[in-house]
Design a protein around this ligand. Structure first.
Ligand SMILES: CC(C)(COP(=O)(O)OP(=O)(O)OC[C@H]1O[C@@H](n2cnc3c(N)ncnc32)[C@H](O)[C@@H]1OP(=O)(O)O)[C@@H](O)C(=O)NCCC(=O)NCCS
Length: 169
């Protein structure tokens, strides 16, 4: 849904070139990802695990891994993986958490994290774990606000040093 906005002062002259401002409201759905979503799953993010890795885990890991996606219409704009094996019994390891850059800082990541924690509880999980690179201060702040605390120093999927944070569900 598009709603026209007045041009801000100083930009009124842009109208002559056809420029205009609108507010866009989008309906967001969070649901399990499946193979048919994978083609449009990749976006530019230096920290995110790429779509081929998501595809491989969907094909090869069976029930041990689940993926949730945030969708606008049929287009994925966010994703998070839940690995039920990596961190041991009753601990869900959350990974490959990413939101389309243009839609970050709108609350989508928080909704995805909430949905992953709910799903983990449904499957009997008692702890959620997430790994964050040491220089990823924005993501770490988000996790700490959501109740995650330091658990251990570890090595990530590509050998990079990470900090593991955990939260009781
Ligand atoms: C980390 C990531 C998934 C978070 O997703 P997101 O959609 O931006 O998360 P949210 O919008 O829910 O929250 C991010 C911040 O925006 C703020 N925010 C939420 N809604 C907002 C709004 N409407 N207006 C302004 N800020 C808002 C939140 O309070 C939060 O602020 P904080 O960091 O100061 O606590 C996303 O930044 C990302 O994809 N980063 C690149 C990949 C990455 O680093 N992944 C994590 C690997 S561990």
């Amino acid at each position: 849904m598009l709603q026209a906005l007045p041009a801000p002062p100083g930009e009124a002259g842009l109208g002559a070139a056809g420029a205009a401002r609108f507010q866009l409201s989008l309906e967001l759905t969070i649901r399990a990802l499946n193979e048919s979503d994978l083609d449009s799953l990749d976006w530019d993010s230096e920290r995110a695990i790429r779509a081929p890795d998501v595809a491989r885990s969907l094909r090869e890991r069976g029930d041990a891994v689940e993926w949730l996606g945030a969708f606008v219409g049929r287009a994925p704009v966010g994703r998070i993986g839940i690995d039920y094996e990596r961190a041991g019994p009753s601990v869900g390891h959350l990974w490959a958490f990413s939101v389309l850059p243009a839609l970050q800082r709108q609350g989508i990541g928080t909704r995805l994290l909430d949905a992953a924690e709910r799903r983990l509880r449904e499957r009997g999980g008692r702890l959620a774990e997430i790994g964050v690179e040491r220089d990823n201060h924005n993501a770490r702040r988000l996790y700490e606000r959501r109740g995650y605390t330091h658990h251990a120093e570890a090595v990530g999927h590509d050998g990079e040093p990470i900090t593991l944070l955990r939260k009781c569900l």
